[in-house]
Design a protein around this ligand. Structure first.
Ligand SMILES: NC(=O)c1ccc[n+]([C@@H]2O[C@H](COP(=O)([O-])OP(=O)(O)OC[C@H]3O[C@@H](n4cnc5c(N)ncnc54)[C@H](O)[C@@H]3O)[C@@H](O)[C@H]2O)c1
Length: 360
């Protein structure tokens, strides 16, 4: 394990111009804010088509408080980005010309690719769109970087822990052979292969990141970590399949962003190209997650359900490689990070309720 003090990364990022494709989303806006804080010039290219203000304002099935809350989260993202000097451009990365204009205007030195349908369930419902948003946008990104490798020294690709498929033991590391299942995981794996091919054949500097089960402020992706606290606040049960013994490597967004910042700062040449698991590094059960919600909202209702037959089998992603090479130091357990997040959610929900009463 190496100790690389975080502050020593600041000079390495100061002169970087970092373009985040699909960067207005949950991970992207948090990464943009931290990169700006570290002194980089940051631009986001996003067409706001997933988890967006439009979707949340016009989706019929959302209840009023939920709509108000999610709109608040999204507007806060914009507010924070603007305050930090991050530029946000409306751009559909499926269109080469659209994205090309951004490359010409901004002249990035590093590019982070994040655009996707960031949910395996939603991707399964729309496989063609999943393919386009992950892979057509990646094709355009790689083709725009290829003639600019003298100026752009790194492309970071946001892959996923789902590339590992069902875990055979308790934990996997980056040498575990991927066995992705389903359209989302396979598109991620194809993305990884494409990135590696551009590295070996065209000399691009590349970094592949495999995160897992993220949670954190201003997320509206409705993963289990968000749905549990929201259900607790609205009197709906927290469903524990098989008693909640399924495990996930839950990771606070702050830990992921710390790792991404390290991977961007410490990558100097194509020889630094690598694949990193960036997670907390200790899988916990769904029952543990529910326990934290219950400690914040004591009235939360926990309900056991039979285990679904096709439930993916997950576990811990070893972060030893990131710890050794990047000095990655994940800090936030469920009892600290997730608890903070739940408390933040309680306040945000109350605020949305008050605003809803004023507006209607
Ligand atoms: N959140 C997680 O737990 C998690 C875990 C593993 C991997 N990832 C991956 O990380 C990346 C970011 O995830 P997220 O949670 O921030 O998702 P998100 O849905 O919050 O953000 C994705 C962003 O991509 C944008 N986008 C989609 N298509 C686009 C296009 N054609 N042009 C421009 N922008 C486009 C969307 O508008 C959205 O803002 C995704 O690739 C996702 O698959 C996320």
């Amino acid at each position: 394990m190496s100790h690389i003090p975080y502050e020593t990364l600041r000079p390495l990022l100061k002169d970087q111009r970092i373009l985040l494709i699909g960067g207005a989303g949950f991970i992207g806006h948090n990464l943009a804010l931290e990169l700006a804080n570290m002194g980089s010039k940051v631009m986001i290219a996003d067409n706001l088509m997933i988890n967006s203000l439009i979707e949340n304002t016009f989706e019929a099935e959302k209840d009023k408080v939920q709509r108000m809350a999610y709109q608040g989260f999204l507007l806060e993202r914009f507010h924070l980005l603007r305050k930090s000097g991050v530029a946000l451009k409306n751009c559909d990365a499926r269109h080469l010309a659209d994205l090309g204009r951004i490359f010409e205007e901004f002249e990035p030195t590093k590019v982070v690719h994040l655009s996707a349908i960031a949910s395996a369930v939603d991707a399964k419902a729309e496989p063609g769109l999943c393919f386009d948003l992950q892979l057509i946008t990646l094709r355009n990104t790689l083709e725009l970087i290829r003639p600019r490798t003298d100026k752009i020294n790194q492309v970071m690709f946001m892959s996923s822990s789902t590339v590992y498929g069902d875990f055979e033991g308790d934990s996997v590391d980056e040498t575990t052979f991927p066995r992705p299942e389903g359209i989302y995981a396979n598109a991620k794996f194809m993305g990884e292969r494409l990135i590696r091919t551009y590295r070996t054949q065209y000399g691009l500097g590349t970094t592949v990141i495999r995160p897992s089960a993220l949670y954190g402020e201003r997320c509206i992706s409705r993963r289990v970590s968000q749905m549990f606290i929201e259900n607790a606040l609205t009197g709906k049960p927290l469903l524990l399949e098989g008693g909640g013994d399924g495990k996930l490597d839950f990771t606070y967004i702050k830990d992921l962003v710390q790792g991404q910042v390290r991977a961007l700062a410490l990558h100097k040449s194509p020889e630094d190209s690598n694949t990193f698991n960036l997670t907390f590094g200790n899988a916990r059960t769904i029952a543990d997650l529910a326990g934290v919600v219950k400690s914040v909202v004591p009235d939360a209702i926990l309900e056991e359900r039979p285990r679904a037959v096709d439930k993916p089998i997950r576990g811990t992603l070893s972060t030893d490689r990131a710890k050794t090479i990047l000095g990655f130091e994940p800090e936030w357990t469920l009892e600290t990070g997730y608890k903070d997040y739940c408390q933040w959610y309680v306040d945000a929900w109350e605020k949305a309720k008050r605003k809803n009463n004023e507006d209607y």
